[in-house]
Design a protein around this ligand. Structure first.
Ligand code: GTP
Ligand code: MG
Length: 214
């Protein structure tokens, strides 16, 4: 299993412009404001000072890039659904999120965070629909698992799956506080970082006539 040995903040973008990522793969974190995106990054990197977190929603206001193991980026996105932020500000964040998600050349995967204690909101549903629409592969991460007992967790996952149309085994349960789910998250990250290999043409197909119809 991979371990995260190095982590550093690289840059913040306020708008979409080419990001000097040297082609390294990016894994973005999306989710409601205050759901724990920045905390996940810190716990995953074993570096509590890496990303700024706050008990007040609306902490992350830019698209922030963190380089892990000099190998890939975690991209911390502003949260959505922060009702108390001025409308203009919220629209600016939404534009930043969409601009990044649609524009990045190196985006490999999105971690869609939801709070394990609550049914996903309409905005969470919109986000997963958006990710599907743009064919962006994603994993739902149900975070703050430390706040529920094992039995309670088992009961809250089905509602999350129904709302977001995902299967229970696809959901990662996580806690930035006590390390729940760390191993599965590492495994998922490792998996999405594998270079995509073109499936080889089987031998029996080699002499097949070319498909001409358009
Ligand atoms: P924005 O930047 O506003 O979008 O929020 P965010 O999603 O980055 O949330 P952040 O990581 O700042 O965490 C918000 C609050 O939730 C902080 O008070 C964290 O300490 C707390 N928190 C985050 N993850 C967990 C967790 O797994 N367990 C517990 N108990 N608290 C958590
Ligand atoms: Mg944040």
């Amino acid at each position: 299993r991979m371990t995260i040995k190095k982590s550093k903040f690289v840059t913040s973008l306020a708008e979409l412009k080419p990001f000097p990522g040297q082609g390294l793969p990016e894994i973005a974190l999306a989710g409601k404001s205050n759901v724990g995106k920045s905390s996940l990054i810190n716990s995953f990197a074993h570096n509590s000072k890496l990303a700024r977190t706050s008990s007040e929603p609306g902490k992350t206001r830019l698209v922030n890039f963190y380089l892990l193991n000099e190998e890939f980026f975690f991209v911390d996105l502003p949260g959505y659904g922060f009702a108390r932020a001025p409308r203009q500000e919220r629209e600016r964040w939404a534009a930043m999120i969409e601009g990044y998600l649609e524009g990045s050349k190196n985006l490999r995967h999105v971690l869609q965070l939801v709070d394990i204690r609550h049914a996903p909101t309409q905005e969470d549903q919109m986000m997963t629909e958006y990710l599907r629409h743009y064919n962006l592969p994603f994993t739902v991460v149900a975070t703050k698992a430390d706040k529920l007992s094992k039995a309670q967790r088992g009961r809250s996952i089905p509602a999350i799956c129904r709302a977001l149309a995902v299967q229970p085994w696809e959901v990662l349960t996580y806690s930035s506080e006590d390390g729940t789910g760390m191993d599965r998250l590492l495994a998922r990250v490792e998996e999405v970082l594998q270079p995509e290999v073109e499936p080889e043409m089987p031998e029996w197909a080699e002499n097949m006539p070319e498909d001409d119809d358009e």
